[in-house]
Design a protein around this ligand. Structure first.
Ligand code: SAM
Length: 236
């Protein structure tokens, strides 16, 4: 079985505490995934252990310096024996993360997450590692908004990827028919559970019919309608 190794590099390693919880925590416990978190400041030199500097060309804010990033990434690459490494640089200017990318990354043996802060990481980190054989660099964004740092984005990507690894979800059927997981990008149908009447709202009768063909057709129609409405709202 493919055991996934993940390394997250950040100036706030404490951000990753939630990884110990729930299904990801269990996946770690069961040895399906190994996650190591590294403090970027361990690589900083100088009295102030500074990891940022003013931007060339002027402008607001500070930019993360290439030296500590280069040392931290080199150290991880040296530690992890893997034929390929996926270096993920979190940035709102990156390719939009999607279920398709999560599926691709779930085949990875080793992912490294570079969590930026301030105005982001010096561009030469992306450019340099793109030239290193065996390292696949991906600049990824989790959406068209700006966070303070890449940690939350990393947690999002990790959760979406790790749940796809065989053995992580108790019931692998949960992955079938999920939103965005089908060939044609379609969202899931609405779900209902007991009671059949809640505050006067009835569960659609077809779901109580026991007729599986009818239920399947109804769910597909509902999924298509939801996808259409969503498309109208988002203009996609
Ligand atoms: N100056 C950058 C820009 O305008 O593109 C924004 C920097 S942001 C304040 C600091 C860091 O947060 C980024 O380097 C990145 O690691 C992370 N970040 C912010 N928004 C993100 C998003 N939508 N997806 C992924 N990472 C994000």
């Amino acid at each position: 079985m493919n055991k996934l190794r993940c390394d997250a590099i950040s100036i706030f390693p404490e951000y990753f505490a939630p990884l110990q919880l729930s299904l990801i925590g269990k996946a770690i416990e069961n040895g399906l995934v190994d996650i190591k978190v590294h403090d970027l400041r361990d690589q900083a030199t100088g009295v102030h252990k500074s990891v940022d500097d003013t931007p060339y060309g002027g402008g607001a804010g500070m930019v993360m310096s290439p030296e500590p990033w280069g040392s931290a990434i080199d150290q991880v690459l040296g530690e992890v024996d893997s034929p390929t490494h996926d270096l993920i640089i979190l940035t709102p200017a990156g390719e939009k993360f999607s279920q398709k990318i999560a599926e691709e990354l779930s085949q990875s043996h080793h992912m490294i997450f570079a969590c930026g802060r301030y105005e982001g990481i010096d561009q030469r980190i992306t450019d340099y590692y793109r030239l290193i054989p065996g390292v696949r660099v991906r600049e990824l964004s989790i959406g068209d908004y700006v966070l303070n740092g890449g940690e939350v984005a990393t947690l999002t990507i990790l959760e979406a990827v790790i749940r796809l690894i065989p053995g992580v979800l108790g019931n692998p059927d949960s992955l079938v028919e999920e939103s965005h997981s089908m060939d044609e990008d379609i969202v899931e149908y609405p779900n209902y559970t007991k009671p059949a009447n809640w505050r006067g709202l009835e569960v659609p009768e077809v779901l109580l019919s026991g007729n599986h063909a009818l239920i399947k057709r109804w769910r597909l129609e509902q999924a298509q309608e939801r996808t259409r409405i969503l498309g109208e709202r988002t203009g996609e």
